[in-house]
Structure formats: C-alpha cells, structure tokens
Design a protein around this ligand. Structure first.
Ligand code: ZN
Length: 84
C-alpha cells in the first residue's frame, strides 16, 4: 500500500477540504407537471421536455411491470418443480 512521503500540514489539509462542501442542486419546475426537476433534462415524472412528450413513461412502466410479473411466475414455477 502507498505511504505518504510527507506529513500533510493542518493548513494544507484544510485548504483541500475547503472545496468539499456540497452544493444544493439548482432545480427548475417542469412545464407540464410543475414538479421540481433538474434543468436541461427530460422530466422523470411525466416524460416531458420543452413542452412536448419525449418519453412514453406509461408504456415503459407497463413493460417493466410485465417483465417483473413474468420473472415472478418463472420463479414460482421453479419452486413448484423443486417441491414435487
Ligand atoms: Zn413533468
């Protein structure tokens, strides 16, 4: 493992740490659903960007739900096969 060649002084440690503070995200409001979102990004809640629908979130969600239910059914089947 690497070992520091020299001891870091209090001052140099503190100077480095001066840039560690977290900055609050600069949020804007979605033009469609009025929720707080990150600027220059598609709204993750409604899928709108600059006033028009870019992502069909409803379809994505139903697709995901479908996949999940299929997976669960597969698991259930495997369990049943094991118990027999
Ligand atoms: Zn939105």
């Amino acid at each position: 493992m690497g070992l520091p060649a020299k001891r870091r002084t209090k001052q140099s440690k503190r100077e480095r740490a001066a840039h560690f503070a977290l900055v609050e995200a600069n949020l804007t409001t979605c033009s469609h659903c009025k929720r707080k979102i990150l600027p220059h990004r598609v709204c993750p809640y409604c899928g709108y960007y600059r006033g028009r629908e870019v992502l069909k979130l409803e379809q994505l969600i139903t697709k995901k739900a479908k996949k999940r239910s299929e997976k669960a059914a597969k698991k259930e089947k495997a369990r049943e096969d094991k118990s027999e």
